[in-house]
Ligand binder design. Structure first.
Ligand code: ATP
Ligand code: MG
Length: 189
């Protein structure tokens, strides 16, 4: 039909890997990162996702990304949120798991086999001292120049915010849990 718009696709003159931080106390940080993985698929870009502190509670993206294979890979690591009521694991055990995740990330960086690397909940992991500031700064500085890095989670460290190119703070205006509405599949997990 001749009333259809002409579709153009922007190509950056200088492609470069960006550091994106999604932080804040509102809902939408992890799902925003998943959105970048989905969007990347449309460009044939490969995304690797490493989730910290996510081993105990099923979330839809674990299987959802399998529908985006082979472009998207997800590793969920850890034993749930450190320090949250009902989580029985000691800080030392959470730290050990997070340190294993850092080793995994180091291998991913040296293999240089993705265009976008999403480090989900790494901001919280840093705030909870499961990983060290120098380790996160080292990931940022040692990544291949073309690779985008997306760091999610509450309480992003000021030095990481300083190093980032794009930073968004998701602010809670309302959340259904405050009305004692249970988490709903697809929306909350
Ligand atoms: P999402 O994964 O939905 O994008 P998020 O990454 O911004 O959310 P997190 O702080 O990682 O938010 O929380 C994970 C999930 O738990 C979210 O889906 C959110 O709806 C839900 N949630 C956040 N805070 C609470 C809370 N205090 N009680 C219950 N559920 C919560
Ligand atoms: Mg999250």
């Amino acid at each position: 039909m001749d009333d259809q718009p002409i579709i153009t696709k922007f190509t950056p003159k200088k492609p470069q890997g960006l550091i994106v931080v999604i932080t804040g106390n509102g809902k939408g940080k992890t799902t925003s990162a998943m959105g970048m993985a989905l969007r990347g698929c449309g460009h044939g870009l490969k995304t690797t996702i490493v989730q910290f502190m996510k081993g105990d509670l099923y979330s839809g993206e674990w299987d959802g990304v399998k529908m985006l294979e082979p472009l998207v890979k997800l590793y969920h690591t850890g034993k749930g949120f450190c320090g949250i009521e009902g989580n029985p694991y000691a800080h030392s055990e959470h730290r050990k798991n997070a340190q294993e995740a850092i080793q995994l990330i180091t291998r991913i960086l040296s293999a240089d086999d993705c265009d976008t690397l999403i480090l989900d909940e790494i901001n919280n992991a840093l705030q909870l001292k499961l990983v060290d500031l120098d380790q996160v700064k080292n990931i940022i500085s040692s990544r291949p120049a073309h690779m985008h890095l997306v760091l999610t989670g509450r309480d992003a460290h000021p030095e990481i915010i300083e190093l980032a190119d794009t930073v968004s703070e998701v602010r809670e205006i309302k959340h259904a849990y405050r009305k004692e509405i249970e988490p709903q599949p697809g929306i909350d997990f």
